[in-house]
Design a protein around this ligand. Sequence first.
Ligand SMILES: [Zn+2]
Length: 545
Amino acid sequence: MTDNAQLEASSVLAWITLNGFVNEYNKPIEFVNHRFMIDYMTDDAPTVITRKAAQVGMTVAETLRGIHEAVFEKRNIAHTLQTSDVIKGFVAPKVNPIISYNPKIQELMTVDSESLKGFGGNFIYYRGAQAESQAINITIDTLNIDEMDRSNQKIVEIYKSRLDASTNPRIRYFSNPSAIGFGVDGLYQQSDQRHWFVKCRHCDHSSFIDWQPSDELNHYVDVDKGIYACGKCGKEISDRDRINGEWITKYPDRKIHGYWISQLMVPTISAQQILEKQMTSSTEYFYNFVLGKAYTPTDLIVNREKILRACSPSEIPKVQVAIGVDNGVVKHWVAGTPQGIFDYGKTESWEDIERLLLMYNATVVIDANPYPNIPKQLVEKYKGRVFINYYKRDTKNLGIVMWREGKEYGVVSADRTKIFDLVANEIADSRILFRQTPHKLEDYISHWGNIYRTVEVDARGLERGVWIVQEGKPDHWAHATCYMRIALSRQLGSSMGTGFVEPLTGGGKPKSDIINSEGQLVMDLSEQVEEALSGDNKGADWKYQ
Ligand SMILES: [Zn+2]
């Protein structure tokens, strides 16, 4: 073996540089402006977490590293993505061009199918982290969990088990973060927390760059001057200073390696550009995708503090009772009235649910899946009082909830994100009250603690909110609360005509909910005005799954 060949075999960086590899746009891959990637690329620790901004070159880096591991280390690799269509979303636009623009890589490839690339006797599997069927039947040595925070966490766990047979397993999580303490942010907090330190040429002060100044004397974006500014002397941090940073580990004793990569570290992105992004995007997007930091809007956190603040124990009249039921072998239910939630529980028997319905003369909304048969019978038996719900994304901005008519009477479809947002808001504002004593709410509170809200960006670059449950953790009473809230809107709408204000009593200022002539729960009148103007108000194409 020549010296170069040895070097290429032992170092992915040498391999890329000596061969002059290009990226998916046929542009040279350079490490001058991406010096922060050098240590990352050569980090072979068993577990590496990266909390990252968008467009920092990570995907290309991991694609090449995967190929290097397969060719020179004889490892099998799985690279998983959030998307269900890995081919269209990743292999076709990213992996295939990298291979075809680099003939040296193409020569090494022995198997080239859409989601599988073979190099000698080893393979790279590109798979979605959405369906269980995609995770079976593979044994791997390296697992790349791409877009960890927006992947199905249960499937991520299954992929991890595919490393069990490996003598030297490596797992790398990288993702735009989401809510504080969840997903990749939660993992980063447990890691050794590497920060990219940049030295000020004026005063020699060395620190990381963040959006705002803080007690830590970190560098920051000076909004008035439009520059990166030193956390100590306030003078400008130049692009050259940023290029020449170094990784500093906050907790060197910890085993898990964690990197935080923000766009503020990328020398080709100016402070002015960061300011423009801050002005033109939502706070969530700016934190998650530009700063590479977690963010949770405070009015969308449902935690112990918020629930206990909305806790006002007392006996309330059991009139206009609404019950929500989360379907499953074990059925979780929540019961409330306009004056608050007064009870919750679980049972394995549909008869218990029926008994509750009769006892309170309640309106009941039941999750249709995964066992729709008995709920459908209940819909027939108690027409107008029992409804089954299918979560259905409201792509046309028609409202949160749509009650079906005609042949579909008894079916309701709700936008999952919007109903969760509404309920979270109402709990945060104490407009949904809890009438039990705090100690009786412990189990209920734990379910809300397992679910969090974040934003994801679709292929067209559009942001949308999404509620994600943590891996293997129950969230049934949170869902049951949403179904209860849907049932309550029916209770109030049907008993009080077409318009009602302040569906739930409590603190905070009134916020009007209305039910329109088609029986939909609508939050904001501007949506209706828009619909009226566009003439698109039928919703006839809403199909439930
Ligand atoms: Zn300075």
